[in-house]
Design a protein around this ligand. Structure first.
Ligand code: ADP
Ligand code: MG
Length: 344
C-alpha cells in the first residue's frame, strides 16, 4: 500500500469492483463465468451448470428495523438472492446464511429472522445448507449465498441482447420504492409525535412490495413452458434505468424504452403523485421491485404477447443510437444509470 489516499466515491460501486478484481485471471476450466452478472456460472456436467450469487445486507444501509419486521427481513434476504438465480434463468436449490449480530438482539429476535428465512426456503423450495455466525460491535449484518442450477444452453447472461430484440419487464415497477417512501414518512411522523398512529391505510399493496417482495421463479417457469429463452436477462433490484444500462453495456447495444409502456400499478402512480413524484421516475430510479428485465427475439413476440406477467417496454438498437427513454410527448431523454451508489 502506498501513501496515496483515494476516496471510495471516486470510483462508484461498479468501478471499485472492477478496479479490485481486474488482475484476477481464471485458473479453473470449470469457471464458466465469474464477475459481472447476477450469478457466477460453474460447470456441473456437459449440459448443466451451477449458479452462485451472494448478497450482503447491513442494518442502517439496506434495512431499517424501525419499520422492517425481522421476519420480513429474513424472507426478503432470501427472495433477493433467489431473484439473482432467476435472472440467470435458473432454479435455486440451496442457500447459506451468515449473520453478524450485536448483543442488542435477544435470541427471540433472531428466531423471528430465521422464521422468515424458513418461510422463504419453503416458498422457493431451497435448502439451508450452512453459513457462519459472528458477534458484531453494532447492528445486524446478513450475508446470503444462493446456489442454483440451469441447463447450459438456457442460461441467460446480461450480454446477449441483439439489435431489434424486444425489451420486456415482468410485473409492475416502482411500487417497492413508493412503499418505502410511505414507511419513511410515517417513521418521521412517529419520531416527531410518538402518540400518532402510523397512517398506512390504502397503502397495503406498495408496502407489501417493499416489505415482502417475491422472486419471479414463476416467470422462469412460464418462459420454459412458452419455450422462450431470453437473449439476455437481469433482475430489477436497483431500478429500471440502472438495469437497462447494465444489459446495454454488457451486450454492446443501445435501447429505446417507452414511458407509456412501463408497467406501473395504479396505486403506485397515485402515491407517487401525492408525493409530487413522476411515477415513471419511481420505476426508473427506485429499487427493490425484484421483477425481471429481459430481451427476446422478435420471432418470440407471439409467445409472450398478451401474457399478463410480461410487458414489452422497448426495443434494442445499435450501440451508436444510444440508450433513450421516450417520454409521453415523444421526446427522447438519454438514460443515465441512477442505481444506488452505496458510497454517496
Ligand atoms: P447484483 O446487484 O446482481 O447482486 P452486484 O452489483 O452486487 O450484483 O455485483 C456485480 C458483480 O460483481 C457480481 O458478479 C458480483 O459477484 C461481483 N462482486 C461484487 N462485489 C465483489 C467483490 N468485493 N469482490 C469480487 N466480486 C464482487
Ligand atoms: Mg441481480
Amino acid at each position: 500500500m502506498s501513501d496515496k489516499r483515494t476516496e471510495l466515491d471516486t470510483l462508484g460501486e461498479f468501478g471499485l469492483i472492477d478496479h479490485l478484481t481486474k488482475n484476477f485471471e481464471t485458473l479453473n476450466s470449470s469457471t464458466q463465468f465469474g464477475i459481472g452478472d447476477d450469478a457466477a456460472v460453474v460447470a456441473l456436467s456437459e449440459s448443466e451448470s451451477q449458479l452462485i450469487s451472494t448478497d450482503m445486507l447491513i442494518e442502517g444501509v439496506h434495512f431499517n428495523l424501525m419499520y422492517m419486521p425481522l421476519k420480513h427481513l429474513g424472507y426478503k434476504a432470501v427472495a433477493s438472492n433467489v431473484s439473482d438465480i432467476c435472472a440467470m434463468n435458473g432454479v435455486a436449490e440451496q442457500i447459506t446464511v451468515s449473520i453478524a449480530v450485536s448483543n442488542r438482539f435477544p435470541i427471540e429476535a433472531l428466531e423471528e429472522l430465521y422464521d422468515g428465512i424458513h418461510a422463504a426456503c419453503k416458498t422457493y423450495n431451497v435448502d439451508l445448507i450452512g453459513g457462519d455466525t459472528s458477534s458484531s460491535l453494532s447492528g445486524l449484518t446478513i450475508s446470503i449465498t444462493a446456489i442454483g442450477r440451469a441447463k447450459k444452453e438456457e442460461i441467460t447472461y446480461r450480454s446477449g441482447a441483439k439489435e431489434n430484440d424486444l425489451l420486456v419487464s415482468t410485473g409492475d415497477l416502482g411500487a417497492a420504492y413508493m412503499g418505502l417512501q410511505v414507511l419513511e414518512r410515517e417513521k418521521q411522523v412517529f419520531e416527531a409525535s410518538p402518540d400518532i398512529q402510523p397512517d398506512l391505510d390504502g397503502h397495503d399493496y406498495i408496502i407489501g412490495r417493499q416489505l415482502k417482495p417475491e422472486a419471479r421463479v414463476d416467470v422462469v417457469g412460464f418462459l420454459k413452458q412458452l419455450n422462450v429463452v431470453p437473449t439476455s436477462m437481469i433482475d430489477i433490484s436497483d431500478g429500471l434505468a440502472s438495469e437497462i444500462m447494465h444489459i446495454c453495456t454488457a451486450s454492446g447495444v443501445g435501447c429505446h424504452v417507452y414511458d407509456e409502456k412501463i408497467p406501473i400499478d395504479g396505486k403506485t402512480s397515485m402515491t407517487a403523485i401525492d408525493f409530487n413524484l413522476d411515477p415513471a421516475t419511481c420505476a426508473l430510479n427506485g429499487g427493490e421491485d425484484y421483477e425481471l428485465l429481459f430481451t427476446v427475439r422478435q420471432e418470440d413476440y407471439d409467445k409472450i404477447k398478451g401474457n399478463p406477467h410480461m410487458t414489452v417496454i422497448g426495443h434494442i438498437t445499435d450501440k451508436n443510437d444510444g440508450i433513450y427513454f421516450i417520454d409521453k410527448n415523444g421526446s427522447a431523454i438519454e438514460l443515465s444509470a441512477q442505481g444506488w451508489n452505496h458510497f454517496k
